[in-house]
Design a protein around this ligand. Structure first.
Ligand SMILES: O=C(O)[C@H]1O[C@H](OP(=O)(O)OP(=O)(O)OC[C@H]2O[C@@H](n3ccc(=O)[nH]c3=O)[C@H](O)[C@@H]2O)[C@H](O)[C@@H](O)[C@@H]1O
Length: 411
């Protein structure tokens, strides 16, 4: 039907409504065109676009935030939170060394503030690298032979080379470290009224005539032999500690540490455990010095660390042996390591060392009296250490450095 036909049959009222609707539509279109400019359209388009981008980015930002938070949490091993009154400021001299770094891990994880002082002669930055930047941690490149003025509550004085080839390498420096270095640290303990723990050694017993060695034994040391720089250095360090205790009322603790081993020993440490393990892992001859009848008793490093912390916080001011009494001849020990590694190395006998102590085993009755005893068996400790050196060899052959954190399975 033509349009005019419709118009003809529409009622008058419908015609008015129809005309009104057309007018309103025309006005809206004209006003709309005049009111919304091109710029407005562009702005609206941009706003729409940015809100779409924001919507798309929001979940990504959230995920990124979570990832950052996660990596922040796991950047450092977990430390306890200690109230101000319980938190101590603790100096560890030689804190980047083998034993020192394990002690630092323990003190950090217990929630204390730890200052590590090391001259990096035998210590390595990578032993404490996992704490760099932590608010409770400070690393000082400082030689203990120079005085240090800081404020601390406790001092663990471990600074000194401890492996025979290292301490014999520069005997005068070893003597200075153990005498002047110890005097400096005792002076600091006196000034700040702090507690001082000396890492002494089973070497104060020399080549012992008493077996096993208890703390009452005065020792049998050659004062002019090749080991004297260390043995006599530690003996006079003990003497100085008790002089400061008597004269200046410094609170001193003395740990006589017996042979200790574990991860983070230096590849060129030169002591028997690292030598035998590295030789076995590389199918090289295992070098027993002399006939190998001399004995040693080996403790795992975590047991030593427990003992050091316990002793520091005990009220025992006289010397305490810390060691594992399980005794083996060095020849037996070579066979044990060879079997654990499962290698083809030959055991060879090379020239014996001058003044090498023939028997060594701690009497730990006194340490047990303070509630301490070794928990890690020699075999278990050796397996962990073998694994550590296996990884160390692999990484160094790939030009990578081995960093062992306390929350890694090995420790
Ligand atoms: O490990 C330690 O904690 C101690 O190590 C040394 O004392 P030492 O018992 O002579 O340590 P090693 O050099 O490991 O020697 C142990 C025995 O193994 C022998 N050895 C060592 C190395 C080697 O390749 N082959 C070998 O037969 C040595 O002659 C010695 O009889 C230090 O002098 C101590 O201060 C330190 O506390």
């Amino acid at each position: 039907m033509p349009v005019f036909g419709w118009w003809a049959i529409m009622s008058r009222k419908t015609k008015y409504v129809f005309i009104l609707a057309i007018l309103v539509a025309a006005i809206v279109v004209t006003w709309g065109r005049a009111g919304i400019t091109k710029d407005d359209m562009e702005r609206l388009r941009r706003e729409e676009l940015s809100s779409q981008i924001r919507e798309a980015l929001e979940p990504l930002e959230k995920r990124l935030g979570n990832l950052e938070k996660g990596s922040e949490d796991s950047k450092y091993p977990k430390v306890k939170f200690l109230m101000e009154k319980d938190r101590k400021r603790i100096l560890v001299t030689g804190g980047a060394g083998f034993v020192g770094s394990h002690l630092v891990d323990r003190l950090m994880m217990d929630g204390h503030e730890v200052v590590v002082m090391d001259n990096f002669f035998t210590g390595r930055k990578r032993n404490v690298e996992h704490w760099l930047g932590h608010e409770n941690f400070e690393l000082l490149n400082h030689d203990v032979v120079e005085p240090l003025y800081i404020e601390v509550d406790q001092i663990y004085h471990l600074a000194s080379p401890a492996s025979p080839p290292h301490y014999m390498y520069n005997p005068i420096k070893t003597i200075k470290t153990n005498t002047i270095g110890t005097l400096n640290m005792l002076g600091l303990a006196k000034r700040v009224n702090g507690r001082f723990l000396l890492a002494s050694t089973s070497e104060v017993y020399g080549d012992p005539e008493v077996h096993p060695q208890n703390e009452e034994y005065w020792g049998h040391v050659n004062p002019i032999g090749p080991r004297a720089c260390y043995d006599e250095g530690k003996r006079v360090a003990e003497t100085m500690s008790y002089a400061y205790a008597k004269q200046e009322h410094v609170q001193v603790r003395v740990a006589r540490i017996f042979n200790t081993f574990g991860p983070r020993m230096h590849m060129s440490d030169g002591r028997v455990v690292s030598n035998f393990i590295l030789q076995s892992l590389q199918d090289q001859p295992i070098t027993v010095f002399g006939a190998g009848k001399q004995t040693r008793s080996f403790q795992y490093v975590s047991d030593l660390v427990n003992g050091l912390v316990m002793l520091m916080n005990s009220n025992i001011s006289t010397p305490v042996n810390l060691g594992n009494p399980e005794e083996h001849s060095i020849l037996e020990f070579a066979t044990i390591i060879k079997n654990l590694v499962g290698c083809k190395s030959d055991i060879v006998h090379v020239k014996e060392q001058e003044d090498d102590p023939q028997r060594r085993r701690p009497d730990i009755t006194k340490a047990m009296g303070m509630g301490w005893q070794p928990k890690v068996s020699m075999i278990e400790g050796l397996n962990r250490t073998i694994e550590y050196f296996r990884q160390e060899l692999f990484q160094s052959s790939h030009n990578q450095k081995m960093i062992l954190r306390p929350d890694d399975k090995l420790v």
